[in-house]
Design a protein around this ligand. Structure first.
Ligand SMILES: [Fe+2]
Length: 422
């Protein structure tokens, strides 16, 4: 491996350390599942929990060892099973899950074998080779590391829907953070200007939908300094009879927040987590709209002087003093708890992904990534919207300006909020 191939001083040791940190966090997340829930499917259209325990290490073997390096894996049958899962249309309803899926011990010993093989590969294989598309700039090695971190977040969405009695709260689960809310600063006018979107093809890792870098001229617009809160949304629900968000539970006259392990009084000053459909309807009721992806970039990364920065807080790297992300908390905190962007807009990155009005698509010049050709292109169907920013459980390695997330407009399980623009 040529040392210059990986940006930011990444070495084999840092990649192995990153892989181990990922695996430790993933194991802690599966440790939250009571044994009797192992084959449950808390979100009907997703695979059962067992799939994900095999999928994460299996994907790393499939992508780095087999696809990129063309070396043998461990167990062809399990690698195929954990690449795709089982089509839910396929008679699963009538069969016992243990007829279809391996026992927990079999999944875990497969995972252990994958871990040993992946670590050995990170230690000694040729991870960067310009002549092999999936190894260009270390794509496969970095891709498997970020893939696991993205799944940790979506796994938490899924475990959020598992009944409390089927979950075990870890002893070291982060406590709810108590940070004071600031007084509402209202709306901010962002003057017309340029947003740099995407990432340059300079060798640094990014997913295919982040490339190439390009500039967009954005007309003047107005955006709210704070996310819409549960308190704001409650007024709307009471005024219009709109349905309550997925994360709320009605208890007589009271509304409760459904956290990961318990219900608690609805935190009125935290951002509301809603679908794109719900966010758009609220915005229409308020006489405004959701911001575009380019407007998000202007509000988050541009400055009155014309300079563009890497993060809303400046160019310092992402850490938990800058925003509510990287598993500092499993819950949102009051809006305005962290430093704002140069325009005085709060919580653009962290405390919940932000829905935009932009339909997910490739940028002009999009090319599918060789190590994972369908990562994005499978979703260029006009039926998914771009989200920007980060949630409390988005790993700090994924907090970068060009990172894009996407979901269907009615998918209710995401830690996603919004703010109004006009
Ligand atoms: Fe995956």
């Amino acid at each position: 491996m040529r040392h210059h191939a990986f940006p930011d001083g990444l070495t084999r040791d840092t990649l192995i350390d990153w892989y181990r940190r990922n695996r430790a966090r993933t194991k802690a997340l599966f440790g939250m599942v009571a044994p009797e829930a192992y084959y449950d499917r808390p979100i009907a259209l997703r695979n059962p929990i067992v799939f994900y325990e095999g999928h994460l290490p299996g994907f790393s073997v499939n992508t780095l060892v087999k696809l990129a390096l063309n070396r043998p894996g461990i167990d062809e049958r399990l690698e195929t099973l954990f690449a795709r899962g089982i089509d839910p249309e396929d008679e699963t309803a009538v069969r016992n899950p243990t007829d279809l899926w391996p026992a927990p011990e079999e999944v875990q010993s497969f995972a252990d074998a994958c871990d040993a093989l992946v670590e050995e590969t990170l230690r000694s294989a040729e991870l960067e080779n310009d002549a092999v598309p999936a190894l260009r700039n270390g794509e496969a090695a970095l891709g498997i590391l970020e893939h696991e971190q993205m799944h940790q977040e979506t796994l938490l969405y899924m475990l959020h829907q598992l009944p409390f009695e089927k979950k075990v709260k870890p002893a070291d689960a982060p406590a709810a953070m108590t940070v004071p809310s600031r007084s509402a600063p209202g709306r901010v006018v962002i003057p017309a200007g340029r947003a740099t979107i995407g990432a340059p093809r300079d060798g640094a890792f990014g997913w295919d939908n982040e490339f190439p870098e390009h500039a967009v001229d954005v007309p003047q617009f107005t955006i709210e300094a704070y996310n819409v809160t549960n308190g704001d949304y409650l007024e709307y629900v009471q005024a219009t009879g709109a349905p309550a968000p997925q994360f709320w539970h009605r208890d007589g006259d009271d509304w409760l927040w459904c956290g990961m392990f318990a219900r608690s009084p609805l935190p009125l000053d935290a951002p509301v987590y809603v679908t794109h459909d719900e966010a758009s309807a609220y915005a229409r009721w308020k006489g405004c709209r959701l911001p575009t992806e380019a407007e998000f970039h202007r509000a988050a990364y541009s400055t009155p002087s014309g300079e563009e920065r890497q993060h809303p807080w400046g160019n310092e790297p992402a850490d938990s003093t800058r925003g509510n992300f990287d598993f500092a908390s499993l819950d949102p905190v009051p809006v305005g708890s962290y430093p704002p962007s140069a325009w005085g807009v709060y919580d653009l990155v962290g405390n919940g992904w932000e829905w935009t009005s932009t339909i997910f698509d490739g940028f002009e010049g999009f090319e599918p990534m060789p190590s994972y050709a369908l990562y994005s292109a499978d979703f260029f169907d006009g039926a998914h919207y771009v989200l920007k920013g980060a949630s409390p459980v988005t790993a700090k390695e994924l907090v970068r300006r060009s990172f894009r997330n996407w979901f269907r407009p009615g998918y209710p399980y995401v830690y996603a909020t919004f703010r109004c623009a006009s």
